[in-house]
Design a protein around this ligand. Structure first.
Ligand code: CP
Length: 303
């Protein structure tokens, strides 16, 4: 078996085989342990194109790229020809023609990547840094890494994904991958933000019924930017009804952990005091993000 996954485009967890995911995880842990990296013989240019705001994904890809010795173009949509009407496709075509090897893209448009990876003229590898409410595959990999680091395996783990489910690309990527690896999934949160598509992956239950029986609690950010204003809760009401309050956290099993992709709305989906508590792995998720993204970058240039 190869030691490095070879992946042309990293756009959706649906396109990854189990073997590729396990190789990526192995490599991410190796990077975390400080394995020596053999720089590629040719110069590698990456371009980071973020059309939605980001702190973790954008900066951890930048750090991962620099750690791997890549040359990084930080694409600025505000000063680019997008302002003159250029499309994302034509921007990608141009960057490819200029010699960019890898494009890391975040966009609010679901499946924006489809026309880029289908193009026979665009030669860049595409890495999806999040597409609307669609997929967030690099977040999924760092979440798997955090879970594997804690529990060693995925099969049989009871995982609850809680909150603004319908708008969450993290929920979609994680539920698909965790179910595939044998975890038992549960969902919770406002009925307005639940959709039948989740039925195929797990059981929808009130959070109070779940907290005492799960191993991993993944709290999701309330995504105000994707709401149309018709569904609104006060911060206090959301926290009381659907959030991880200090009282609910007291009922978690001794070994259970709390995860959140962040950014966190403190005292909304999770109590402020729990964000950096002993059960929280939120900081570890951010740390693992750099190593998971190093593994992804390495995999696409190894293709
Ligand atoms: N978790 C995550 O995607 O965070 P950013 O939006 O800050 O990248």
């Amino acid at each position: 078996m190869a030691s490095i996954a070879q992946i042309e485009h990293f756009v959706s967890v649906e396109d990854l085989s189990n073997e590729q995911v396990l190789l990526l995880l192995k490599r991410a842990f190796a990077f975390k342990q400080g394995i020596k990296w053999q720089p590629p013989k040719k110069q590698i240019f990456t371009a980071n194109l973020f059309f939605e705001n980001s702190t973790r994904t954008h900066n951890s890809f930048y750090i991962a790229e620099r750690k791997l010795g890549m040359d990084v173009l930080e694409f600025d949509a505000q000063t680019s020809s997008l302002q003159k009407g250029e499309t994302l496709y034509d921007t990608a075509l141009t960057l490819s023609a200029l010699g960019v090897d890898i494009m890391v893209i975040r966009s609010g448009v679901e499946r924006y990547w489809k026309e880029l990876i289908q193009s026979s003229t665009i030669k860049c590898h595409v890495i999806n840094g999040g597409d609307g409410s669609g997929q967030h595959p690099s977040q999924c990999l760092l979440d798997l890494m955090t879970i594997q680091e804690e529990f060693g395996e995925f099969a049989g783990l009871k995982v609850a994904i809680v909150g603004d489910l319908v708008h969450s690309r993290v929920a979609r990527s994680n539920m698909q991958m965790l179910k595939r690896f044998g975890a038992k999934l549960f969902f919770s949160g406002p009925a307005e933000w639940y959709d039948q598509e989740f039925d195929a992956y797990g059981e929808y239950l009130p959070l109070d019924e779940l907290v005492g029986k799960i191993d991993i609690l993944i709290m999701l950010r309330v995504q105000h930017e994707r709401h149309d204003g018709s569904q609104s809760f006060s911060k206090a009401d959301y926290h009381r009804l659907y959030g991880l309050t200090k009282k609910r956290a007291e009922r978690l099993k001794k070994h259970a952990i709390i995860m959140h992709p962040a950014p966190v709305n403190r005292d909304v989906e999770i109590a402020d005091a729990l964000v950096e508590s002993a059960k929280s792995r939120i900081v570890e998720q951010m740390i693992n993000g750099v190593y998971a993204r190093m593994a992804i970058l390495e995999a696409v240039i190894s293709e």
